[in-house]
Design a protein around this ligand. Structure first.
Ligand SMILES: CC(C)(COP(=O)(O)OP(=O)(O)OC[C@H]1O[C@@H](n2cnc3c(N)ncnc32)[C@H](O)[C@@H]1OP(=O)(O)O)[C@@H](O)C(=O)NCCC(=O)NCCS
Length: 215
């Protein structure tokens, strides 16, 4: 494997990060129903979501890139971290799943229910306490098990430790072992019966003493 570099994402990365999401989550029980790779509308929705995040000043994307590859293949992994914010969310970002025009060829009811539940639980679990929020961690299947998930996770954890605040996330079944290994504790698990009893684990991590953060 060529040497990889890490850099922060920009608006120009919208196609690449959407492609990484579709590749890495292709076996995920919720994604298969809500954002299936076969649906053009689903691909456009993913790009709206992740591309919109690239314009949001509170969202920080850390990308792993392989400069021996061009186009969307250049980005091989990503983390979307949401930095602690003193202010409320923009109105258009509230209840996005309920407001979104879901494509006709996906399980829109599941999408609305699931993502609305995630937002509600996030508020219940963290209230107004400032925290670093890992909204998304995705590594291309071809690059699993090479330490990229750990690196992208640690980038945000270093910042949480430097700020002396908690980190929070919602884990897919694939992510749970990694997060437990790096200090996250379970808060609650929600089983989604209509998605083959998929389980989403809500987790948080307390800050640790830290000498400082680095890219
Ligand atoms: C979950 C995911 C991000 C892990 O990324 P990765 O780059 O393959 O993980 P890493 O190679 O960095 O592994 C880091 C550590 O976690 C451990 N780990 C990762 N997955 C594991 C698993 N399924 N079971 C046990 N340990 C696991 C590794 O052994 C490794 O341990 P080490 O640091 O002691 O060497 C990746 O599998 C992925 O993108 N999955 C699909 C999308 C997804 O579900 N993302 C999580 C969303 S919440």
């Amino acid at each position: 494997m060529a040497a990889l570099k890490f850099r922060e994402g920009t608006e120009a990365d919208a196609d690449a990060v959407s492609n990484v999401f579709s590749d890495s989550f292709s076996e995920d029980g919720i994604t298969k129903r809500v954002f299936p790779a076969t649906s053009e509308g689903a691909r456009a929705s993913i790009k709206d979501w992740l591309g919109g995040g690239l314009k949001d000043p509170h969202s920080r994307y850390l990308l792993a890139v392989d400069d021996s590859k061009s186009g969307v293949e250049n980005v091989v992994a990503l983390a979307k971290w949401v930095a602690p914010s003193a202010g409320p969310k923009a109105p258009e970002a509230e209840d996005w799943a309920a407001k979104m025009a879901w494509p006709e060829d996906v399980d829109a009811a599941l999408g609305k229910e699931f993502f609305t539940m995630l937002e509600k639980k996030h508020k219940e679990h963290m209230g107004t306490r400032p925290h670093w929020y890992l909204e998304l961690l995705a590594v291309r299947k071809s690059h699993h098990g090479k330490g990229l998930g750990k690196h992208l996770l640690n980038w945000g954890l270093e910042r949480a430790d430097k700020d002396g605040i908690e980190a929070y996330l919602q884990a897919s079944p694939a992510g749970v072992p990694l997060y437990r290994k790096y200090g996250f504790e379970d808060i609650e698990t929600v089983h989604v019966k209509r998605a083959d009893n998929y389980s989403e684990v809500f987790m948080k991590r307390q800050p640790r003493p830290s000498p400082g953060a680095s890219l």
